[in-house]
Design a protein around this ligand. Structure first.
Ligand SMILES: NC(=O)c1ccc[n+]([C@@H]2O[C@H](COP(=O)([O-])OP(=O)(O)OC[C@H]3O[C@@H](n4cnc5c(N)ncnc54)[C@H](O)[C@@H]3O)[C@@H](O)[C@H]2O)c1
Length: 260
């Protein structure tokens, strides 16, 4: 399918690894020019070098928790490419503590990156999109925000906040030709998930961990954990002209883990 995205410009936070990187790959194949925004310089430079072979790409080291860093990234994006058509927020952090183990500092850091981060980006990017009378926004939430998940209370709370933010701004910016949607992945094999799984394996021991893996897989009607390549095509579709009448929606890509 021709997504008719050739030459458009995307800012992809977290676009240097995991799901964000796969989104960047997919957009590069469609001829989209890329701004990768991430805190990780080494991964960012590597990703920009690789993607730069396919499409014009810049990497801007950005800390989403810092509004000045976000504004600087947006200014560089506009200076380089003159516009921002697509904004994809994939950057996030994860933690693994019960609610009672979590401190106020844990909550603050999570909310700063996972909720305030996209908020800072939208404050800086929406004026550009409004001036163009065009924009497409996709932010990642998580099924944990829809159904809750033990040991992820503050991550789930931050992600539920992102959903509320996106639904609300979708109502405010629709008249300017801007759509805003949420993609909600189920468990997906990325560095974020693998780090948590490695810690669980260490804690539980191999045998108990393998039993857990089988139990988790059974919770998925499609009997497997997701891959970034399961998620990225939906993001590309939501950014494309074909999705021009879809806004304010939460769409799960999760092998049937939740059916809401
Ligand atoms: N992997 C899963 O199982 C899963 C499930 C549900 C939702 N999600 C969501 O999907 C999105 C992508 O997840 P992933 O698994 O690919 O994550 P990942 O950890 O593999 O990649 C996240 C990226 O965010 C960057 N980042 C972290 N803090 C940052 C900051 N302060 N400023 C800028 N960049 C920062 C990291 O450097 C990294 O490159 C996230 O929003 C995540 O919450 C993932």
């Amino acid at each position: 399918m021709d997504l008719k995205m050739q030459g458009n410009v995307a800012v992809v936070t977290g676009g240097v690894q995991g799901i964000g990187r796969e989104v960047a790959n997919e957009l590069a194949q469609a001829g989209v020019r890329l701004v990768l925004a991430d805190i990780n310089i080494a991964a960012g430079e590597e990703a920009a070098a690789e993607l730069g072979k396919v499409t014009p790409t810049i990497f801007v080291q950005t800390d989403l928790a810092k509004p000045a860093s976000v504004q600087e990234m947006v200014d560089k994006a506009v200076a380089q490419f003159g516009r921002i058509d697509y904004f994809v927020n994939s950057a996030a952090i994860l933690d693994d503590k019960t609610f009672m183990e979590s401190s106020a500092q844990d909550w603050t850091r999570m909310l700063e990156v996972c909720l305030m981060g996209p908020m800072h980006c939208l404050h800086s990017i929406l004026p550009v999109m409004r001036a163009q009378k065009f924009g497409r926004i996709v932010c990642f939430s998580s099924d944990s925000a829809r159904v809750g998940q033990a040991r992820l209370s503050y991550y789930a709370a931050a992600k539920a906040g992102v959903t509320a933010l996106i639904k609300s701004i979708a109502q405010e910016v629709g008249p300017d030709g801007i759509t805003a949607n949420i993609v909600s992945p189920g468990a997906t094999n990325t560095p974020m998930r693998m780090k948590r799984e490695a810690a669980l394996r260490e804690k539980m021991g191999e045998e108990k961990y393998q039993r857990r893996v089988r139990t988790v897989e059974k919770m998925y009607p499609l009997r497997r954990i997701g891959e970034p390549s399961d998620i990225a095509p939906l993001v590309a579709f939501l950014l494309s002209e074909n999705a021009k009448w879809i806004t304010g929606q939460v769409i799960s890509v999760n092998g049937g883990f939740t059916m809401l």
